[in-house]
Design a protein around this ligand. Structure first.
Ligand SMILES: NC(=O)c1ccc[n+]([C@@H]2O[C@H](COP(=O)([O-])OP(=O)(O)OC[C@H]3O[C@@H](n4cnc5c(N)ncnc54)[C@H](O)[C@@H]3O)[C@@H](O)[C@H]2O)c1
Length: 330
């Protein structure tokens, strides 16, 4: 069997990655995540799968990571992180310990075993660089460290620095994938698309952030998972960093309309003023656009699902999965 490791496997992207890895019958997938398996609802369809081995643990616990690690693994997909602006504003120190500390230990384990290391990085790396589209060598333009919202971008950038440093020292094989606004089935409903779908299908008013004219490049999770797998397995993906995203810009206002149309909800979205709610230090980023030529050229990959089609399929999935629509404590 081909042994594959994945952290953050009970999360949104991780759970889709597990589905894809399990479709290859030669893979045995070892998952490490802090969620107890019986609460990992994203894994409800695979929790008894004979080739999925689940370990509950915190990546801040070095001993737990060491125990879980398999030296014979061919790849480590490192997806665990503190995600969601509310969460990183709530505990920036916890975020730094998880993202920087956990990644450091995993990198050393991968280095010693020679495992291909796949780091889930982010479009947030580019901060508020106004020169879109951003190519992989684009500058990072951030606000001051006194503003907590940059702790996520900076922590992920430190992870990228560590990957490069260890690669240069030891030749560690790696791929860094910078994901752009991923959405789709199972996503925690605290993000623009997932929260709006969740609220609209529950007959509640979705929130329209600021005036809705800011744009995003929304990327459907199935496209993204294909991109991650290609980066991780193609020889051309080794020792490279890729933007993985859909490069079609849509306004948040347009996305809201597609969601209301797909759900049949006729309510008006509720205006949400980010400066009022998060404070004046919160800065929204008006445009985030990936340059996608590198992934196309080296991996033969590009995102093929339009935001409108992806939203329709997310809404349909949500209708068929009432567990996801149940009350949650946010
Ligand atoms: N979803 C996106 O739009 C997006 C965009 C850019 C980058 N990313 C990156 O992709 C990865 C996956 O994101 P996601 O959207 O699936 O997030 P998610 O929150 O759904 O999944 C993250 C998982 O990590 C686990 N985790 C968090 N802290 C942990 C800890 N200390 N120990 C063990 N497990 C821990 C959580 O339990 C969760 O299952 C993350 O690294 C994220 O930074 C996601």
């Amino acid at each position: 069997m081909n042994q594959v490791l994945i952290t953050g496997g009970s999360g949104f992207v991780g759970s889709h990655l597990i589905d894809a890895l399990l479709r290859d019958e030669s893979n045995e997938v070892h998952v490490f995540d802090m969620a107890p398996l019986d609460q990992a609802l994203n894994l409800r369809d695979v929790k008894d799968h004979p080739r999925m081995i689940y370990t509950q643990g915190d990546i801040r616990n070095t001993e737990a990571l060491r125990k879980w690690y398999r030296k014979d693994a061919t790849a480590l997909y490192h997806m665990a992180a503190v995600v969601g602006i509310k969460n990183y504003l709530a505990d920036p120190l916890g975020l730094i310990d998880t993202i920087v500390g956990g990644t450091r230990v995993l990198l050393e384990l991968a280095r010693d075993a020679g495992t291909r290391f796949i780091l889930a990085s982010t479009s947030e790396i580019y901060g508020k660089n106004p020169a879109v589209p951003w190519d992989e060598n684009g500058d990072r333009v951030l606000g001051p460290p006194s503003v907590d919202r940059w702790s996520y971008s900076s922590s992920k950038a430190v992870c990228e620095h560590m990957v490069h440093a260890i690669h240069r020292q030891t030749g560690l094989p790696f791929s860094i994938v910078r994901l752009f606004n991923v959405y789709g089935p199972r996503q925690n409903p605290i993000f623009v698309v997932s929260q709006s779908v969740y609220k609209a299908l529950r007959g509640e008013r979705p929130l329209l952030y600021d005036n809705g004219s800011q744009t995003r490049c929304f990327s459907f999770v199935h496209d993204i998972v294909q991109g991650i797998l290609l980066a991780a397995t193609k020889p051309e993906g080794n020792a490279q960093t890729f933007n993985l995203g859909n490069n079609t810009e849509v306004t948040i206002g347009q996305v809201m309309q597609w969601i209301l149309d797909a759900t049949g909800n006729t309510v008006q979205a509720e205006q949400f003023n980010t400066t009022e709610k998060f404070g004046s230090v919160y800065e929204d980023i008006l445009r985030r656009v990936p340059a996608v030529e590198k992934a196309k050229k080296l991996l033969g990959w590009s995102a093929t699902t339009s935001a409108e089609a992806g939203i329709r399929s997310t809404v349909q999935w949500a209708r068929e999965n009432p567990w996801w629509l149940a009350d949650r404590k946010q």
